[in-house]
Design a protein around this ligand. Structure first.
Ligand SMILES: C[S@@+](CC[C@H](N)C(=O)[O-])C[C@H]1O[C@@H](n2cnc3c(N)ncnc32)[C@H](O)[C@@H]1O
Length: 231
């Protein structure tokens, strides 16, 4: 396994960095800021349902899952969340991440304090892998330790997909039709895939599979990102 180091990003939140690849789990311009922009504001916020089924490609530090949880509390909706991850982040690593604090500091979400976000983040990260765990009444989490290509994608299951793989510079095989086709199969018609990349080859691959692709303004440090809707 590759060496992983904790680093701080521009909004004060931490991320993990892989020196050998010169690649981090989130943007150095702000891990929490990027996650909110790409996955919450241009993902979860666009799905109007009271019960939403989410698939995350690359569970990593659990930041997207935690932000989804907090937003579900705010909207009083239910989340069924599946996160795929081949190289789980270890307790010695996630105990040092400061997401609850940085979210509260940067995003004026003091109202979340009543639900003790610190405890909930740790509860999500400590929860068992392999089947659904009830984090609380509104959030069910299934973390699956598996390669993205090996997962048995259920047909027409997901309303929302967070595609949060490492960049194509280091893992080009993950940004291809081969994987997008499996994910497409798993999505409901009208489902939304959101990702931080806006590469032309990625947009073309998604269009060829029948997605309607939209380019949007990216998070700080990135000009554009993509939303893709399954037609
Ligand atoms: C950009 S990071 C994910 C960041 C994560 N969403 C977060 O908020 O921390 C990409 C993740 O994909 C995982 N990964 C890389 N290749 C994989 C593969 N072939 N199958 C499953 N997981 C993989 C990595 O271990 C890493 O956790």
């Amino acid at each position: 396994m590759l060496e992983r180091k904790l680093i701080s990003t521009d909004d004060g939140s931490a991320t993990i960095f892989i020196p050998e690849w010169n690649e981090s789990y989130h943007s150095k311009h702000g891990a929490v800021r990027e996650a909110i922009h790409v996955f919450i504001q241009n993902g979860l916020d666009k799905i109007p349902y009271k019960k939403i089924s989410v698939l995350e490609i690359g569970f990593g530090t659990g930041l997207n899952s935690f932000l989804t949880f907090l937003n579900a509390v705010k909207r009083d909706i239910q989340i069924i969340y599946t996160g795929l991850e081949k190289y789980p982040v270890q307790p010695s690593e996630y105990r040092l991440l400061n997401y609850s604090k940085s979210i509260i500091d940067n995003f004026n979400v003091a109202d979340y304090e009543v639900i003790k976000p610190d405890d909930l983040y740790q509860k999500m990260m400590d929860s068992n892998w392999g089947d659904f765990q009830e984090i609380n009444q509104i959030f069910r989490l299934k973390k699956v330790e598996i390669d993205f290509f090996e997962f048995d994608y259920p047909e027409s299951e997901y309303d929302l997909v967070y595609f949060d793989a490492f960049g194509a510079r280091v893992q080009p095989e993950l940004w291809t039709s081969e994987l997008f086709e499996k994910i497409h199969f798993g999505m409901k018609t009208g489902g939304l895939l959101t990702t931080y990349s806006s590469k032309g080859s990625v947009r073309r691959a998604l269009k060829e599979l029948g997605f309607e692709v939209e380019k949007l303004a990216g998070p700080p440090g990135k000009r554009e990102m993509i939303n893709a809707i399954k037609k």
